[in-house]
Design a protein around this ligand. Structure first.
Ligand code: COA
Length: 367
């Protein structure tokens, strides 16, 4: 088997951020106006205390703050661009990709494929990945894939398999997410959940990997199980049913508590089973980079996997600053909290989300 490396990561962070206090103020003003206009049943206000306690989120980066915080709009305002201009999602991916290529010491001519793996693709076609490929001057092939919050780990396995088979020397995987575009900012249960960001990473043959933070992919394990508890019914058939085209289910909807209960044991078992198959004990892991949806959920999973409370920094959370960034979350945690580890150290990256879908990746630091 050809040894495969995750050899460089990149991050694009939007310039604008919204604190919980700002978000709640806008939401509560919307509630006040709706109730004054006689909304039935009366809407309930949101609270900063609830958001921080229930999720661990304190802030989020967004592509357009003004639209989200305007009680008359409550949605980002992102003008359409002419087809002659790079689309905003591809632009974010290119920025993260340049960072990843620099970290991996790779030039466009070293890369044979691009995968854009994310939850929120802004159009049907041409693939965003082909636009990213064009923007970076990469030859070869490119395609989009969507496995919701697990897109990055599924993309990583797809890339690793293609490199191992000799179908590409190196593949660039990008996870651009404008989650604010599919979030219902008028929904009290979920208006605080998501943020915008883009991550990217390079997958290549380990023996050719020169990056300063290069990790061998010891194994990947993917799982899916159908559930309606996280769902978004937006799609091209919406126009064929105009009577329900703008209903709430055309944005992100979830049964948060049910998701919590289903996913914590499911993902913990996936990780423990994956480690057992690899002949490893959880105690061998120096770090766990989990999907970033909820701090309490991550604490539960880390506790189940390690059999004890995680030490500070052992299962890093970036949720407080970034909120849930869908496919990019675990990659941000890895990007920000992996370079301090030593050659030979083991870590585990794990995504989970809608589908349900989950992916576990065991990594060993090379150099
Ligand atoms: N402000 C104040 N109170 C709120 C509120 C808000 N914004 N939203 C809900 N509440 C209230 C509810 O009305 C409820 O009140 P009640 O007890 O009087 O009925 C109470 O807070 C608890 O609501 P609940 O929805 O059960 O909260 P929770 O503790 O389950 O937390 C989530 C909600 C979404 C943070 C949490 O369930 C979660 O993160 N789940 C996992 C989701 C996930 O991983 N999704 C993957 C997406 S990719």
């Amino acid at each position: 088997m050809t040894a495969i490396a995750l050899s460089g990561t990149g991050l694009f962070t939007p310039q604008q951020a919204i604190s919980n206090a700002e978000l709640v103020e806008a939401f509560n003003e919307y509630v006040r106006r709706a109730n004054a206009a006689g909304h039935e049943p009366a809407l309930q206000p949101s609270s900063v205390e609830f958001i921080e306690k229930a999720s661990g989120i304190k802030s989020r980066y967004v592509m357009d703050k003004a639209g989200i915080l305007d009680p008359d709009v409550m949605c980002p305002r992102i003008p359409e661009r002419p087809d002659s201009q790079i689309s905003i999602l591809a632009e974010m991916a290119v920025a993260a990709a340049r960072d990843a290529m620099k970290a991996a010491d790779r030039k466009p001519e070293d890369i044979d494929g691009v995968i854009v793996a994310c939850s929120n693709l802004q159009r049907a076609y041409p693939a965003i990945a082909i636009e990213v490929q064009d923007g970076l001057g990469i030859e070869g092939f490119a395609f989009d894939m969507n496995v919701a919050c697990s897109s990055a780990t599924f993309g990583l396995q797809a890339a690793a398999d293609m490199v191992a088979r000799g179908n590409a020397r190196a593949i660039l995987v990008c996870n651009p997410e404008i989650c604010s575009g599919h979030l219902n900012f008028r929904d009290r249960d979920s208006h605080f959940i998501f943020g915008d960001v883009a991550t990217a990473f390079i997958v290549e043959r380990a023996e050719e990997s020169d990056g300063t933070n290069s990790w061998e992919v010891l194994g990947t394990k993917l799982r899916t199980m159908f559930s309606n508890n996280i769902r978004n019914n937006f799609g091209f058939l919406n126009r064929a049913a105009p009577e329900s085209r703008d209903t709430k289910d055309k944005l992100f909807v979830q049964e948060g508590r049910k998701v919590f209960k289903d996913v914590v044991p499911w993902v913990s078992e996936l990780i423990l089973g994956h480690l057992a198959e690899a002949g490893l004990q959880a105690s061998a892991l120096k770090r766990i980079w989990l999907h970033q949806a909820n701090v309490n959920m991550n604490d539960f999973i880390a506790r189940k996997v390690l059999g004890r409370d995680p030490l500070p920094g052992e299962a890093p959370n970036i949720l407080d600053e970034y909120a849930n960034t869908s496919s990019a979350g675990s990659v941000i945690a890895f990007h920000k909290h992996s370079s301090d580890l030593a050659p030979g150290d083991l870590g585990l990256l794990c995504s989970f989300g809608a589908g349900y879908s989950a992916g576990s990746v065991i990594l060993r630091k090379r150099h």
